[in-house]
Design a binder for this molecule. Sequence first.
Ligand code: FNR
Length: 347
Amino acid sequence: ETATSSRKRDHLVICCEQPIEAGDAGFGDVRLVHNALPECDMDAIETETRFLGRALGSPLFIAAMTGGHPDTLEVNRRLARAAERYNLGMGVGSQRAALEKPELEESFTVVREEAPRAFLCANLGIIQLRDHGIEWAERAVEMIDAQAIAIHVNSLQEAIQPEGDHNAEGSLEALRSLCEEFSYPVIVKETGSGISAGTARVIRGAGASAIDIGGYGGTSWAKIERLRANDSGLADLGEAFLSWGIPTVVSLCEVRTTGGPIIATGGLRTGVDIAKAIALGADLGGMALPLLKPAMKSEETLFAAVEAMHRELEVAMFLTGSRSIRDLSHARTYITGLTRQMIGTSD
Ligand code: FNR
């Protein structure tokens, strides 16, 4: 068992047994404007949408989580079965462990076996991309026969992880060459600290096809690493950064000004949050923790959770008079509180 692989198992166990969320993504500050006279039939509402040229059953995206340790295989199998059943897009967790040690590939390849038709997204850290180049990106995509690759950026986690990589120099150049040479769409993805308008422009300038904002206010890597830390200095370092990051709603309002497809991830907890994200300019709403917990229990529990999210989304669509996701993207919102203060005070 490698260090990368056992870390994957530690993360899953911590995420299911301990409180690992921090802060506020801002969805409580957003209200969709109620339509008292919706001229539509709730049971005929269509949640189908398109992303990077693919038709999807709904804008619910199964965010990158796991793989890389034998104990993660069952969870990935269930997530993949949900992706197949509801035609959802799905990202796998970082494939680094399996690229280092091909025996661990099974916990990833199971995803394509169980979801032969789904839109799948490979996943690699930008540091691994810089150090191993396009060859690792190609192997990651081939491993699961993916339609796209997400390159995750996670400076906060690297900075506070004992085994983290502290030198990010050369990342942008690596991203630029990947986008130039790769034949699959590249998505740049944060993992809980969000992306600003300025960074989004740099990312789009490098040639990325989409941005997953991975904002603050959901799963917190500062908290996870604080719980993993067995020395108190590292635990204090995690503690000091518990409130670091751009809340998801604020990040979404910044990134949307730069054009191009957006996945909003980080602290979405209901189908109503997905509806709010769409109305604010996202193309898809990603969820990790709210799907991981039911996926750890059983396939039926996971399917029920997905259906509950879809029902909430449909009711929010009905109450805004939106027959389709396109209609919903034009729905009006009120933004209040800290979120409103932060929007427009940046730059
Ligand atoms: C993650 N996330 C993640 N992201 C990524 O790009 N590569 C990865 O390997 C992982 N691994 C991972 C493991 C676990 C257990 C969790 C819970 C999450 C981050 C994830 O995709 C997402 O951006 C954040 O978790 C925020 O969404 P939620 O959890 O607040 O819905």
